[in-house]
Design a protein around this ligand. Structure first.
Ligand SMILES: Nc1ncnc2c1ncn2[C@@H]1O[C@H](COP(=O)(O)OP(=O)(O)OP(=O)(O)O)[C@@H](O)[C@H]1O
Ligand SMILES: [Mg+2]
Length: 219
């Protein structure tokens, strides 16, 4: 599902990724751990086509993304990849429902269809009652679940999450982690999760340890 080979990336004179090879299968839940500055976020951004590697190839769901033109790449990202960040990054002036609808709109869905799917997704995540709330009117755990709903609306093959539970308390954290496993079981999604949370890393199928721009352990 995700194939990275020979990925390198520098910012100025600083080489942040020093040759990453990685194969992730469909339905796998993989965690990426490692010290601050190891290159985890950079790797996730490259995997998610939000940033470009200096060298190497990224193949997602059979498509070599380096070959796509800018427009094709945006469409590909919108269809195939869902992102969840540490801080929800919901738009404050829109309701939960509207926030979830946005990626559907971008993909060309009609407003009726976008609304129907957004409602179903919020419902699925136990947020039906919160659909008309704006982010400021939601708890931290609810905001993260709305962000997950937004990531899910176009049924992407891959969900990439960067410290998704980093801002949550223990209970909300556990609920969010459980949700990832439920989604994989029900929808077969592939997850790559950057985390500092050891409990989560232990639960995942596989943990990739990064140190100084390289993968040090993968098991
Ligand atoms: N856009 C950028 N320009 C310059 N340097 C950058 C940029 N993005 C990241 N870096 C540097 O690259 C290195 C790796 O950053 P990255 O964000 O990938 O680390 P990380 O493993 O995610 O760390 P953390 O656990 O703190 O989030 C760091 O030294 C960082 O300062
Ligand atoms: Mg990071």
């Amino acid at each position: 599902m995700i194939e990275l080979s020979g990925i390198t990336k520098s910012f100025g004179t600083l080489q942040v990724l020093k040759g990453i090879d990685l194969l992730i299968g469909k339905g796998e839940i993989v965690s990426i751990v490692g010290p601050s500055g190891a290159g985890k976020t950079t790797l996730l951004q490259i995997m998610g086509t939000l940033d470009k590697a200096d060298a190497g190839t990224v193949i997602l769901n059979g498509t070599e993304v380096n070959r796509l033109k800018e427009k094709e790449l945006s469409a590909f990202r919108n269809q195939q990849i869902g992102f969840v960040f540490q801080f929800h990054q919901l738009l404050p002036e829109f309701t939960a429902l509207e926030n979830v609808m946005i990626p559907a709109f971008i993909s060309g869905a009609s407003s009726g269809d976008a609304m129907k799917r957004a409602k179903e997704t919020l419902d699925f995540l136990g947020l039906a009652e919160r659909a008309s709330h704006k982010p400021a009117e939601l708890s931290g755990g609810e905001k993260q679940r709305v962000a997950v709903a937004r990531a899910l609306i176009n049924s992407p093959a891959v969900i990439l999450a960067d410290e998704p539970s980093g801002s949550l308390d223990t209970r909300n954290k556990e609920e969010l982690h459980q949700l990832f496993f439920d989604l994989r079981d029900k929808l077969g999604q592939t997850f790559v999760i950057v985390t500092h949370d050891e409990t989560l890393a232990k639960l995942t199928d596989r943990t990739i340890h990064m140190v100084d721009g390289r993968i040090s352990i993968d098991r």
